[in-house]
Design a protein around this ligand. Structure first.
Ligand SMILES: *Cc1c(COP(=O)(O)O)cnc(C)c1O
Ligand SMILES: [Zn+2]
Length: 408
C-alpha cells in the first residue's frame, strides 16, 4: 500500500507525479517526496514499528515506495549507545554515537539511501542503475544492485582510496574512474543521464534516494526511547543527510510518535572543502562552490546540492557549523578508536574533530545530550592514518626476544 502523494517542488510547492524526475519544470527547484500524512497518522504506531524486523523498512509508511520493499532487508538498525569514555575526553556529560560504520552491507550510511533508491527504481521499471560517487555510494550501489540483480554503471573520481575502489570492483560494476574531482564527475554523470534511460540514484531518483537518510534519524529517536537529542553533529557533503535527519524527526513528531524536537543541528566539514560551513559562519544564503582539497574524500563535494537547505536547517535550529584540518581529522579518528573502540573513516574523524571544536568554543554546552553521527568505516580509508599510528613491535619467536623488546 502506498502513502506517496507525489513529488512536490521545494521552492514553489507545485505537485508532480511520483516518477523518475527531480527538478520542477516551472522554477527549477528540486523535488521532494510528499506523503499522505493523514492516512499514516494513527496507523503507524510505536508498537507496530517495534514489532517489525530490525531494518530500515520498519518505518516503511514514511518511505517512498508503493509496494513491498525489495532491497535492504539487512540494512539499518545500527548500534546506538552512550559514549562515556569519549564524552569524558571531550568534557561532556551525555554523549551518544550512532554508528553506521557497521551498516550492512558496505559499512556506511549510504546503504540506507541506496536500499530505498533501488527498491523504488525497480518499481519504476529500471534494470540499470548508475551514480556519481565520492566512494561510499559507489560501494553501496555496486553491492546492493548486484544483490538486486540489476546492471550497474558507477562514476568515481580517479583518485579515490584503494579501499573504496576495491570495495566497488569486487561486485563487478562498470566502474568509470574520471580524471577530475567529484563535481566534475557529477556534471559528466548528469550529461550521461540526459542520454540513457537508467536510474541515476543521485540524479533522477534523488527525491526517493534522499528519503533513505531519514531512517538514520528515525532510529536515533527510537533508540533514545522515542525522543530526540538537544544537539546533533552531522558530517556534510551534499548536506542531504543533515536535512533528512531533521525531516525524520519532524515527521515522527507529526505522526505523534515523539515530543516536539528541540534539536540543534551542526554541520561538520573538512577545512579543504567547507562551503556549507562558510555560508553558515558568514550568515550568507549563498553557497559559494569550492575546489576540494582534503583527506576526507567522502565529504569532498565543492558544490553541494543541498547546501542551501542544510545551512537553512542549521540557522532555523540555532545550530552552527565548523571545519577540521587534515591533522585534526586524523587525531580525531585515533581518539574515537582509542576511547570507544570504533574505527571510522575520515568523515567520522571530521565529525569528532568538529564536535570537539564546538564544545571547546562553547557552541555546544557540556551538560546537554549530544549525538555524533559516525557514518563510515575506517578500513576503507587506511591511507589516511597508516603513517600516524606507529608500528608493531617486531621480535624473534623467543621468550628472551620478547623480554628484551616488549617493555610494558
Ligand atoms: C556521503 C557521506 C556523507 C555525507 O552525505 P550527504 O548526505 O551528501 O551530506 C557523510 N559521511 C559519509 C561516510 C558519506 O559517505
Ligand atoms: Zn517549482
Amino acid at each position: 500500500m502506498s502513502f506517496i502523494k507525489g513529488l512536490r517542488c521545494r521552492e514553489c510547492g507545485r505537485e508532480f507525479p511520483a516518477k523518475a524526475i527531480f527538478v520542477c519544470e516551472y522554477c527549477f527547484g528540486s523535488l521532494e517526496v510528499d506523503y499522505d500524512y493523514e492516512r499514516i497518522h494513527g496507523r503507524l504506531t510505536r508498537q507496530l514499528i517495534e514489532s517489525r524486523p530490525a531494518n530500515i523498512w520498519r518505518y516503511r509508511e514514511l518511505l517512498p515506495i508503493d509496494g513491498d520493499p525489495t532491497v535492504g532487508f539487512h540494512t539499518g538498525m545500527t548500534p546506538f549507545y552512550r559514549a562515556d569514555r569519549l564524552g569524558h575526553a571531550l568534557g561532556v556529560k551525555e554523549l551518544y554515537i550512532k554508528d553506521d560504520s557497521v551498516c550492512h552491507p558496505t559499512l556506511s550510511f549510504k546503504d540506507r539511501v541506496v536500499s530505498v533508491a533501488l527498491s523504488r527504481a525497480k518499481e519504476l521499471g529500471f534494470d540499470t542503475v548508475s551514480c556519481a560517487s565520492t566512494g561510499n555510494l559507489a560501494n553501496s550501489v555496486s553491492a546492493l544492485a548486484a544483490h538486486a540483480g540489476m546492471k550497474r554503471v558507477i562514476f568515481i573520481p580517479a583518485d579515490l582510496e584503494m579501499g573504496k575502489v576495491i570495495g566497488s570492483l569486487i561486485y563487478a560494476p562498470r566502474l568509470v574512474a574520471v580524471e577530475g574531482n567529484y563535481d566534475e564527475v557529477n556534471r559528466l554523470c548528469a550529461e550521461v543521464a540526459a542520454r540513457r534511460k537508467w536510474a541515476f540514484v543521485n540524479i533522477n531518483i534523488r527525491p526517493y534516494y534522499a528519503e533513505g537518510s531519514k531512517t538514520y534519524g528515525f532510529e536515533i529517536a527510537e533508540q533514545m526511547g522515542w525522543k530526540t537529542p538537544r544537539h546533533i553533529v552531522v558530517p556534510a557533503a551534499s548536506g542531504s543527510l543533515l536535512v533528512k535527519i531533521r525531516k525524520g524527526f519532524k515527521e515522527l513528531h507529526k505522526m505523534g510518535l515523539i515530543p516536539q524536537p528541540e534539536t540543534r543541528f551542526y554541520a561538520a566539514q573538512a577545512q579543504g572543502c567547507a562551503p556549507i560551513v562558510t555560508a553558515v559562519q558568514e550568515g550568507s544564503d549563498i553557497i559559494k562552490p569550492v575546489k576540494p582539497k582534503t583527506i576526507a574524500k567522502s565529504l569532498a563535494i565543492g558544490n553541494p546540492a543541498d547546501g542551501y537547505y542544510a545551512a537553512d536547517a542549521i540557522r532555523e535550529t540555532n545550530g552552527w557549523a565548523a571545519e577540521a584540518s587534515d591533522e585534526e581529522i586524523v587525531d580525531a579518528m585515533k581518539l574515537l578508536a582509542q576511547t570507544e573502540g570504533i574505527f571510522t573513516e575520515t568523515a567520522g574523524g571530521v565529525t569528532v574533530a568538529v564536535a570537539k571544536k564546538l564544545i571547546e568554543g562553547k557552541r555546544i554546552p557540556r551538560d546537554e545530550s549530544i549525538v555524533l553521527c559516525i557514518t563510515g568505516q575506517g578500513l576503507k580509508t587506511q591511507e589516511a592514518v597508516a603513517d600516524h599510528i606507529g608500528k608493531p613491535i617486531r621480535i624473534k619467536p623467543t621468550l628472551s626476544s620478547f623480554e628484551e623488546h616488549v617493555k610494558l
